[in-house]
Design a protein around this ligand. Structure first.
Ligand code: TYD
Ligand code: MG
Length: 460
């Protein structure tokens, strides 16, 4: 029997009704009524299991300087790449939301990590989407070590909360928040009201019992996290797991992280027996060949520099307006670079189609890759390959000038480590102080003209 302990609350004016209406009778807004449980409306805490007000607190502000800091305790996830994105591990009492396309490997990643963590601590894996048998099959496939991992296949929020409270694990994983269901609400699982109530109840318990919790979240067709935006505000970190379904590598990123940097990147590879870490990802994004139209750039993802090949194909067009397609780089950037090349180097690129692709399906958003993209285009246009072992770093201005970019020493170090011996960089990158580069010849240039001549060794 469904208990009617819920209300519908207008998100615009706050009016409450017992029944659902398409339009708020108070302010007249359409589709603004969202279901909420009665307790969460009166501000009282629902479920006697969660009670913050056990001991009276004295409410007083205090000088910032007198506040004692507690060092953040971190629980390692068992995977170096996962820890890097989390900011060196999970924080007890925090909530992490992991989103990603269906089938990308969220459950696999978390089951592997849970198994690894369960060697030294108690871990509960709540599977709301798959049955215990299904999880066990996957676990066998992953050849999980015999550890103290607990599994609960349950979709009812109340039961999940009870189990969490009796087991009191250090780490809990909920796969997925959209499949959990609070019987006090009449809305369907996965609806805004359900997702919000379930996540809030889990968060209260996580805080109270100091459980590090990871929630799996679905993404919508547009690639956004499904459910209310409130969910993203509620959790401490939002991670996304992405990758090409047709390629085997997967990228883990932090979109929001209260306990670490947000631009860190973790790289995994999906194999027959689960995900394995890719400690040296530059190898994944380098083709290792040198041909016309290929240039190597150094992209920075957080504290990590990655060497990546970009490929361009320029061919005369048979269309009234030429085709421009870019994968891994924004089309606007491609248009801009083509326009600069046409204007400042005189190449008649408006009569040519141009296709651009970043190897390995990586998205390169940094302006530091401009020079490499420009060089790949010119190399394909001229049908001359760039000399082997050359990296190109630099942001291209509209006037054809090259601007220095950040983290240059880190980029050059990575290039040197991978055996590259020539780097074309903007003049004024502050390289005078870098004394450690032994095997890289630095070519400092001021504009695109000079850069192309120096790197291609052709005259236009
Ligand atoms: P899964 O973790 O179920 O994805 P999600 O939870 O994000 O929906 O991943 C499923 C995919 O991963 C599936 O297409 C099969 C593949 N896979 C492997 O290639 N190797 C493996 O060892 C496992 C467990 C899955
Ligand atoms: Mg799954």
């Amino acid at each position: 029997m469904v208990r009617t302990t819920s209300f519908f609350v207008c998100q615009s004016c706050g009016a409450q009704t017992k029944k659902f209406f398409g339009r708020c009778s108070s302010c007249g807004d359409w589709n603004s009524l969202i279901e909420q449980s009665a307790q969460s409306i009166d501000g009282r805490l629902r479920r006697n299991s969660v009670d913050f007000d056990q001991e009276p607190r004295s409410i007083k502000s205090m000088p910032m300087a007198s506040l004692k800091e507690n060092p953040l305790l971190r629980l390692g996830s068992g995977y170096q790449e996962f820890d890097r994105v989390l900011g060196s591990g999970l924080v007890p009492g925090s909530l992490v939301l992991l989103g990603g396309d269906p089938g990308i490997g969220k459950s696999t990643l978390l089951l592997q990590s849970a198994t690894a963590m369960a060697i030294s601590r108690s871990v509960l894996y709540v599977s709301a989407e798959e049955s215990a048998q299904q999880v066990k099959l996957r676990w066998n496939r992953l050849k999980g070590a015999e550890t103290n991992l607990h599994l609960l296949a349950e979709t009812d929020l109340e039961n999940v909360l009870k189990e969490l409270e009796s087991l009191r694990p250090e780490v809990a994983i909920v796969d997925s928040i959209q499949a959990l269901h609070d019987a006090e609400l009449s809305s369907a699982p996965g609806s805004v009201a359900q997702v919000r109530e379930c996540a809030a109840a889990l968060q209260r318990l996580a805080k109270k019992l100091s459980i590090a919790m990871i929630l799996v979240g679905h993404v919508t067709k547009e690639g956004l996290l499904a459910g209310p935006k409130v969910l993203e505000h509620l959790v401490d970190a939002v991670l996304t797991f992405e990758g090409d379904r047709f390629a085997s590598h997967r990228l883990l990123r932090a979109v929001k992280n209260r306990f670490g940097a947000t631009n860190e990147l973790g790289v995994f590879e999906m194999q027959g027996r689960g995900l394995s870490e890719v400690i040296n990802p530059s190898k994944l994004f380098l083709s290792g060949t040198s041909a016309a139209g290929i240039a190597t750039i150094v992209a920075c993802e957080g504290t990590r520099a990655l060497l990546v090949d970009v490929q361009a194909l320029v061919s005369s067009t048979s269309y009234p307006s030429p085709r421009r397609t870019a994968t891994g780089v924004g089309t606007n950037r491609l248009h801009q670079i083509l326009a600069v090349l046409e204007k400042h180097m005189g190449f008649p690129l408006s009569r040519y189609d141009c296709y651009l692709a970043v190897a390995g399906g990586l998205e390169v958003e940094e302006p530091a890759s401009d020079l490499g993209i420009a060089a790949a285009i010119v190399s394909s246009f001229k049908d001359v390959s760039l000399p082997k072992g050359t990296v190109l770093i630099g942001e291209l201005g509209l006037g054809g000038q090259l601007r220095p970019v950040g983290q240059i020493s880190q980029r050059l170090q990575e290039a040197e480590r991978l055996g590259f011996n020539r780097a074309v960089v903007p003049r004024g990158s502050g390289l005078e102080s870098i004394g450690f580069l032994k095997s890289i010849e630095l070519i400092q240039v001021v504009n695109i003209n000079e850069a192309i001549i120096m790197s291609l060794e052709v005259d236009k």
